[in-house]
Design a protein around this ligand. Sequence first.
Ligand code: COA
Length: 337
Amino acid sequence: MAQAAIIGTGFFVPDNIVTNDDLAQWMETSDAWITERSGIRERRWLPRDEAGRTSMTGAEMGAEAARMAIRDAGIEPSDIDQIIFATLNPDVFFPGNGVFIEDLLELHTAGAMDIRNQCTGFIYGLAAADGFVRTGTARTVLVIGAEIQSTALNLSTAGRDMAVLFGDGAGAVIVQATEEPGRGLLASVLHSQGRFARDLYVEAPMGNVKERINADMLANGRHFPEMNGPMVFKHATRRFCEAINEVLTKGGRRIEDVDLIIPHQANQRITDAVAARMGVADDRVFSNIARYGNTTAASIPIAMAEAVRAGRIQSGGLLVTVAFGSGFTWGANLIRW
Ligand SMILES: CC(C)(COP(=O)(O)OP(=O)(O)OC[C@H]1O[C@@H](n2cnc3c(N)ncnc32)[C@H](O)[C@@H]1OP(=O)(O)O)[C@@H](O)C(=O)NCCC(=O)NCCS
Protein backbone atom coordinates (compact mmCIF):
# COMPACT_ATOMS: atom_id res chain seq x y z
CA MET A 1 0.00 0.00 0.00
CA ALA A 2 1.28 3.50 -0.89
CA GLN A 3 2.30 5.85 1.90
CA ALA A 4 1.44 9.57 1.92
CA ALA A 5 4.50 11.87 1.94
CA ILE A 6 4.63 15.66 2.23
CA ILE A 7 6.67 16.71 -0.81
CA GLY A 8 6.21 20.50 -0.79
CA THR A 9 5.24 23.35 1.53
CA GLY A 10 4.21 26.99 1.08
CA PHE A 11 2.72 29.90 2.96
CA PHE A 12 1.33 33.38 2.53
CA VAL A 13 0.83 36.16 5.06
CA PRO A 14 -0.36 39.70 4.32
CA ASP A 15 2.31 42.44 4.36
CA ASN A 16 0.27 44.57 6.76
CA ILE A 17 1.70 44.24 10.31
CA VAL A 18 -0.49 45.10 13.32
CA THR A 19 1.53 45.53 16.52
CA ASN A 20 0.30 45.26 20.10
CA ASP A 21 0.66 49.05 20.37
CA ASP A 22 -1.61 49.43 17.33
CA LEU A 23 -4.30 47.40 19.14
CA ALA A 24 -3.94 49.58 22.24
CA GLN A 25 -5.30 52.51 20.18
CA TRP A 26 -8.65 50.76 19.78
CA MET A 27 -9.15 48.91 23.08
CA GLU A 28 -7.88 48.90 26.66
CA THR A 29 -4.87 46.63 26.42
CA SER A 30 -1.09 46.92 26.39
CA ASP A 31 1.96 45.42 24.74
CA ALA A 32 3.07 44.17 28.17
CA TRP A 33 -0.25 42.33 28.86
CA ILE A 34 -0.39 40.69 25.43
CA THR A 35 3.28 39.70 25.36
CA GLU A 36 3.24 38.27 28.87
CA ARG A 37 -0.04 36.32 28.48
CA SER A 38 0.41 35.07 24.91
CA GLY A 39 3.93 35.72 23.58
CA ILE A 40 2.39 37.58 20.63
CA ARG A 41 4.14 40.80 19.53
CA GLU A 42 2.48 41.36 16.18
CA ARG A 43 0.13 39.74 13.68
CA ARG A 44 -0.74 40.21 9.98
CA TRP A 45 -4.19 41.55 9.07
CA LEU A 46 -5.36 42.02 5.49
CA PRO A 47 -5.89 45.71 4.70
CA ARG A 48 -9.53 46.74 4.14
CA ASP A 49 -11.06 49.34 1.84
CA GLU A 50 -13.54 52.01 2.94
CA ALA A 51 -16.43 49.58 2.55
CA GLY A 52 -14.69 47.20 4.97
CA ARG A 53 -13.79 44.64 2.30
CA THR A 54 -10.39 42.91 2.61
CA SER A 55 -7.83 43.17 -0.20
CA MET A 56 -7.95 39.38 -0.72
CA THR A 57 -10.31 36.51 0.07
CA GLY A 58 -9.34 33.51 2.19
CA ALA A 59 -9.32 31.36 -0.94
CA GLU A 60 -6.97 33.82 -2.67
CA MET A 61 -4.55 33.69 0.28
CA GLY A 62 -4.81 29.89 0.17
CA ALA A 63 -4.06 29.92 -3.57
CA GLU A 64 -0.89 31.97 -2.97
CA ALA A 65 0.30 29.44 -0.36
CA ALA A 66 -0.65 26.60 -2.70
CA ARG A 67 1.34 28.06 -5.63
CA MET A 68 4.44 28.17 -3.42
CA ALA A 69 3.87 24.56 -2.28
CA ILE A 70 3.36 23.41 -5.89
CA ARG A 71 6.65 25.07 -6.95
CA ASP A 72 8.42 23.60 -3.90
CA ALA A 73 7.14 20.10 -4.73
CA GLY A 74 8.15 20.44 -8.38
CA ILE A 75 4.77 19.26 -9.62
CA GLU A 76 2.28 20.71 -12.09
CA PRO A 77 -1.07 22.02 -10.76
CA SER A 78 -2.76 19.45 -13.00
CA ASP A 79 -1.11 16.66 -10.93
CA ILE A 80 -3.41 17.55 -8.01
CA ASP A 81 -6.47 15.31 -7.92
CA GLN A 82 -7.88 16.33 -4.52
CA ILE A 83 -8.07 19.59 -2.54
CA ILE A 84 -8.65 19.66 1.22
CA PHE A 85 -9.28 23.16 2.57
CA ALA A 86 -9.32 23.68 6.34
CA THR A 87 -10.85 26.94 7.58
CA LEU A 88 -13.30 28.21 10.17
CA ASN A 89 -13.79 31.35 8.08
CA PRO A 90 -15.15 30.32 4.66
CA ASP A 91 -15.45 33.25 2.25
CA VAL A 92 -19.19 32.63 1.84
CA PHE A 93 -21.73 30.59 3.83
CA PHE A 94 -21.65 27.98 1.05
CA PRO A 95 -19.95 26.50 -0.95
CA GLY A 96 -16.70 25.88 0.90
CA ASN A 97 -13.38 27.49 -0.06
CA GLY A 98 -12.00 24.35 -1.72
CA VAL A 99 -13.99 24.91 -4.90
CA PHE A 100 -12.67 28.47 -5.22
CA ILE A 101 -9.14 27.02 -5.11
CA GLU A 102 -10.08 24.57 -7.85
CA ASP A 103 -11.00 27.58 -9.99
CA LEU A 104 -8.12 29.89 -8.98
CA LEU A 105 -5.51 27.19 -9.72
CA GLU A 106 -7.39 25.92 -12.82
CA LEU A 107 -7.32 22.36 -11.53
CA HIS A 108 -9.77 20.96 -14.08
CA THR A 109 -12.42 19.37 -11.83
CA ALA A 110 -10.17 18.04 -9.02
CA GLY A 111 -12.15 16.94 -5.95
CA ALA A 112 -12.59 19.63 -3.29
CA MET A 113 -13.48 19.15 0.36
CA ASP A 114 -13.67 21.67 3.19
CA ILE A 115 -12.90 20.86 6.81
CA ARG A 116 -14.51 22.94 9.57
CA ASN A 117 -12.38 21.93 12.52
CA GLN A 118 -10.97 25.28 13.56
CA CYS A 119 -7.46 25.16 15.06
CA THR A 120 -7.34 21.38 14.54
CA GLY A 121 -8.44 21.63 10.89
CA PHE A 122 -5.02 21.03 9.36
CA ILE A 123 -4.41 17.92 11.52
CA TYR A 124 -7.75 16.49 10.34
CA GLY A 125 -6.82 17.54 6.79
CA LEU A 126 -3.52 15.65 6.82
CA ALA A 127 -5.24 12.56 8.27
CA ALA A 128 -7.86 12.73 5.50
CA ALA A 129 -5.18 13.18 2.82
CA ASP A 130 -3.37 10.12 4.22
CA GLY A 131 -6.58 8.10 3.94
CA PHE A 132 -7.24 9.26 0.37
CA VAL A 133 -3.73 8.29 -0.70
CA ARG A 134 -3.64 4.93 1.09
CA THR A 135 -6.99 3.85 -0.36
CA GLY A 136 -6.07 5.05 -3.85
CA THR A 137 -8.88 7.64 -3.91
CA ALA A 138 -6.28 10.28 -4.77
CA ARG A 139 -2.57 10.33 -5.62
CA THR A 140 -1.66 13.99 -5.09
CA VAL A 141 -3.55 16.02 -2.48
CA LEU A 142 -3.29 19.77 -1.86
CA VAL A 143 -3.98 20.44 1.84
CA ILE A 144 -4.53 24.10 2.75
CA GLY A 145 -5.24 25.96 5.96
CA ALA A 146 -6.23 29.61 5.49
CA GLU A 147 -7.99 32.13 7.69
CA ILE A 148 -9.19 35.70 7.66
CA GLN A 149 -9.68 36.40 11.36
CA SER A 150 -9.37 40.17 11.28
CA THR A 151 -12.89 40.83 9.95
CA ALA A 152 -14.48 38.68 12.68
CA LEU A 153 -13.03 40.33 15.77
CA ASN A 154 -14.65 42.78 18.15
CA LEU A 155 -12.04 45.56 18.31
CA SER A 156 -13.58 47.27 21.34
CA THR A 157 -12.47 46.54 24.91
CA ALA A 158 -15.37 44.07 25.26
CA GLY A 159 -13.69 41.82 22.66
CA ARG A 160 -10.07 42.28 23.71
CA ASP A 161 -9.54 38.75 25.07
CA MET A 162 -10.03 37.35 21.53
CA ALA A 163 -8.98 40.32 19.39
CA VAL A 164 -5.36 40.38 20.51
CA LEU A 165 -4.73 36.70 19.78
CA PHE A 166 -5.67 36.19 16.13
CA GLY A 167 -4.06 36.87 12.75
CA ASP A 168 -4.66 36.29 9.03
CA GLY A 169 -2.63 33.92 6.85
CA ALA A 170 -2.46 30.72 4.83
CA GLY A 171 -0.28 27.63 4.58
CA ALA A 172 -0.33 24.68 2.19
CA VAL A 173 1.34 21.32 1.61
CA ILE A 174 1.39 18.82 -1.22
CA VAL A 175 0.80 15.24 -0.06
CA GLN A 176 1.69 12.57 -2.61
CA ALA A 177 1.76 8.78 -2.78
CA THR A 178 5.22 7.29 -2.29
CA GLU A 179 6.52 3.73 -2.36
CA GLU A 180 9.54 4.73 -0.19
CA PRO A 181 9.22 2.52 2.89
CA GLY A 182 8.87 4.33 6.23
CA ARG A 183 8.37 7.79 4.70
CA GLY A 184 5.36 10.07 5.13
CA LEU A 185 2.41 10.06 7.50
CA LEU A 186 2.99 7.25 10.00
CA ALA A 187 -0.01 7.79 12.28
CA SER A 188 -2.75 10.29 13.16
CA VAL A 189 -5.10 10.68 16.13
CA LEU A 190 -8.29 12.77 16.03
CA HIS A 191 -10.62 13.72 18.89
CA SER A 192 -13.55 15.98 19.78
CA GLN A 193 -15.72 16.84 22.78
CA GLY A 194 -18.82 18.78 21.71
CA ARG A 195 -20.04 19.50 25.23
CA PHE A 196 -17.46 22.31 25.22
CA ALA A 197 -18.51 23.72 21.83
CA ARG A 198 -19.82 26.94 23.39
CA ASP A 199 -16.58 27.61 25.29
CA LEU A 200 -15.01 28.84 22.04
CA TYR A 201 -17.44 29.65 19.24
CA VAL A 202 -19.24 32.18 17.13
CA GLU A 203 -23.02 31.89 17.12
CA ALA A 204 -24.20 33.95 14.14
CA PRO A 205 -24.99 33.66 11.31
CA MET A 206 -26.89 30.52 12.27
CA GLY A 207 -28.79 28.00 10.17
CA ASN A 208 -31.87 27.67 12.39
CA VAL A 209 -32.80 31.37 12.40
CA LYS A 210 -34.86 32.97 9.65
CA GLU A 211 -32.52 34.90 7.34
CA ARG A 212 -29.59 33.52 9.40
CA ILE A 213 -28.76 36.89 11.04
CA ASN A 214 -30.86 39.86 12.13
CA ALA A 215 -30.45 43.36 13.54
CA ASP A 216 -31.00 42.15 17.10
CA MET A 217 -28.18 39.63 16.82
CA LEU A 218 -25.84 42.26 15.38
CA ALA A 219 -26.77 44.76 18.10
CA ASN A 220 -25.96 42.14 20.75
CA GLY A 221 -22.64 41.19 19.15
CA ARG A 222 -23.67 37.59 18.59
CA HIS A 223 -21.62 37.55 15.39
CA PHE A 224 -18.39 38.05 17.37
CA PRO A 225 -16.41 35.01 18.56
CA GLU A 226 -16.59 34.20 22.28
CA MET A 227 -14.09 32.30 24.37
CA ASN A 228 -13.75 31.03 27.90
CA GLY A 229 -9.98 31.67 27.91
CA PRO A 230 -8.97 29.94 31.17
CA MET A 231 -11.09 26.86 30.27
CA VAL A 232 -9.50 26.64 26.80
CA PHE A 233 -6.06 27.04 28.33
CA LYS A 234 -6.59 24.23 30.86
CA HIS A 235 -7.98 21.74 28.33
CA ALA A 236 -5.43 22.67 25.65
CA THR A 237 -2.33 21.95 27.72
CA ARG A 238 -3.73 18.57 28.78
CA ARG A 239 -4.97 17.51 25.34
CA PHE A 240 -1.78 18.60 23.52
CA CYS A 241 0.28 16.26 25.71
CA GLU A 242 -2.22 13.39 25.47
CA ALA A 243 -2.36 13.64 21.66
CA ILE A 244 1.45 13.67 21.32
CA ASN A 245 1.77 10.58 23.53
CA GLU A 246 -1.08 8.80 21.75
CA VAL A 247 0.25 9.39 18.23
CA LEU A 248 3.75 8.28 19.29
CA THR A 249 2.36 5.06 20.79
CA LYS A 250 0.28 4.43 17.66
CA GLY A 251 3.34 4.96 15.45
CA GLY A 252 5.64 2.89 17.69
CA ARG A 253 7.99 5.81 18.45
CA ARG A 254 9.17 7.57 21.62
CA ILE A 255 9.39 11.29 22.38
CA GLU A 256 13.21 11.00 22.26
CA ASP A 257 12.94 9.97 18.60
CA VAL A 258 11.17 13.19 17.59
CA ASP A 259 13.30 15.85 15.87
CA LEU A 260 10.70 18.61 15.86
CA ILE A 261 7.23 19.24 17.30
CA ILE A 262 5.11 21.74 15.39
CA PRO A 263 2.28 22.70 17.72
CA HIS A 264 -0.67 24.81 16.66
CA GLN A 265 0.41 28.35 17.49
CA ALA A 266 -2.30 29.17 20.05
CA ASN A 267 -0.38 30.84 22.82
CA GLN A 268 3.33 30.74 23.75
CA ARG A 269 2.39 29.89 27.35
CA ILE A 270 0.51 26.80 26.13
CA THR A 271 3.49 25.79 23.96
CA ASP A 272 5.91 26.29 26.88
CA ALA A 273 3.69 24.31 29.27
CA VAL A 274 3.45 21.42 26.79
CA ALA A 275 7.24 21.39 26.17
CA ALA A 276 7.89 21.36 29.92
CA ARG A 277 5.39 18.55 30.60
CA MET A 278 6.78 16.47 27.73
CA GLY A 279 10.38 17.13 28.85
CA VAL A 280 11.29 18.48 25.39
CA ALA A 281 13.87 21.27 24.99
CA ASP A 282 12.66 24.52 23.39
CA ASP A 283 14.81 24.01 20.29
CA ARG A 284 12.73 20.91 19.40
CA VAL A 285 9.45 22.86 19.50
CA PHE A 286 8.74 25.30 16.66
CA SER A 287 7.30 28.72 17.44
CA ASN A 288 6.50 31.75 15.29
CA ILE A 289 3.53 33.03 17.30
CA ALA A 290 5.37 36.25 18.23
CA ARG A 291 5.17 37.33 14.56
CA TYR A 292 1.81 35.99 13.39
CA GLY A 293 -0.42 35.37 16.42
CA ASN A 294 -2.92 32.52 16.19
CA THR A 295 -3.90 31.89 12.55
CA THR A 296 -6.11 28.89 13.44
CA ALA A 297 -6.04 26.23 10.68
CA ALA A 298 -3.21 28.08 8.91
CA SER A 299 -0.81 28.06 11.85
CA ILE A 300 0.66 24.57 11.42
CA PRO A 301 1.24 24.72 7.62
CA ILE A 302 2.76 28.23 7.93
CA ALA A 303 5.04 26.95 10.71
CA MET A 304 5.90 23.84 8.67
CA ALA A 305 6.86 25.92 5.62
CA GLU A 306 9.04 28.20 7.76
CA ALA A 307 10.63 25.28 9.62
CA VAL A 308 11.63 23.64 6.31
CA ARG A 309 13.14 26.90 5.03
CA ALA A 310 15.02 27.40 8.32
CA GLY A 311 16.56 23.91 7.95
CA ARG A 312 14.77 22.64 11.06
CA ILE A 313 13.14 19.73 9.19
CA GLN A 314 15.53 17.53 7.23
CA SER A 315 14.87 14.59 4.96
CA GLY A 316 14.33 11.52 7.16
CA GLY A 317 13.52 13.65 10.24
CA LEU A 318 10.66 12.68 12.57
CA LEU A 319 8.01 15.35 13.06
CA VAL A 320 4.93 15.62 15.27
CA THR A 321 2.15 18.12 14.51
CA VAL A 322 -0.41 18.68 17.27
CA ALA A 323 -3.39 20.99 17.79
CA PHE A 324 -6.29 21.83 20.05
CA GLY A 325 -9.14 24.22 19.39
CA SER A 326 -12.79 25.10 19.17
CA GLY A 327 -15.18 22.16 19.29
CA PHE A 328 -13.36 21.22 21.42
CA THR A 329 -11.30 19.31 18.87
CA TRP A 330 -7.74 18.06 19.11
CA GLY A 331 -5.36 15.67 17.38
CA ALA A 332 -1.84 14.95 16.16
CA ASN A 333 0.07 13.57 13.16
CA LEU A 334 3.37 11.65 13.19
CA ILE A 335 5.38 12.24 10.01
CA ARG A 336 8.68 10.89 8.65
CA TRP A 337 9.93 13.69 6.35
C1 COA B 1 -6.96 34.55 26.80
C2 COA B 1 -5.84 34.39 27.83
C3 COA B 1 -4.54 34.92 27.23
C4 COA B 1 -6.22 35.23 29.04
O1 COA B 1 -5.26 35.07 30.04
P1 COA B 1 -5.71 34.77 31.53
O2 COA B 1 -4.50 34.81 32.37
O3 COA B 1 -6.51 33.52 31.51
O4 COA B 1 -6.57 36.02 31.83
P2 COA B 1 -8.09 36.09 32.33
O5 COA B 1 -9.00 35.61 31.22
O6 COA B 1 -8.17 35.41 33.65
O7 COA B 1 -8.25 37.62 32.46
C5 COA B 1 -7.48 38.37 33.38
C6 COA B 1 -7.86 39.82 33.26
O8 COA B 1 -7.30 40.37 32.06
C7 COA B 1 -8.33 41.04 31.32
N1 COA B 1 -8.03 40.94 29.90
C8 COA B 1 -8.49 40.03 29.00
N2 COA B 1 -7.99 40.31 27.79
C9 COA B 1 -7.19 41.39 27.92
C10 COA B 1 -6.40 42.13 27.02
N3 COA B 1 -6.30 41.81 25.72
N4 COA B 1 -5.70 43.17 27.49
C11 COA B 1 -5.75 43.51 28.79
N5 COA B 1 -6.50 42.84 29.68
C12 COA B 1 -7.20 41.79 29.26
C13 COA B 1 -9.60 40.33 31.72
O9 COA B 1 -10.70 41.16 31.49
C14 COA B 1 -9.36 40.05 33.18
O10 COA B 1 -9.65 41.22 33.90
P3 COA B 1 -10.32 41.12 35.38
O11 COA B 1 -9.33 40.36 36.21
O12 COA B 1 -10.46 42.55 35.74
O13 COA B 1 -11.61 40.40 35.20
C15 COA B 1 -5.68 32.92 28.28
O14 COA B 1 -6.81 32.50 28.99
C16 COA B 1 -5.46 32.01 27.13
O15 COA B 1 -4.42 32.06 26.51
N6 COA B 1 -6.41 31.09 26.85
C17 COA B 1 -6.31 30.22 25.72
C18 COA B 1 -6.61 31.01 24.48
C19 COA B 1 -6.37 30.25 23.24
O16 COA B 1 -5.32 29.73 23.02
N7 COA B 1 -7.39 30.25 22.38
C20 COA B 1 -7.32 29.63 21.12
C21 COA B 1 -7.30 28.14 21.29
S1 COA B 1 -6.88 27.35 19.87
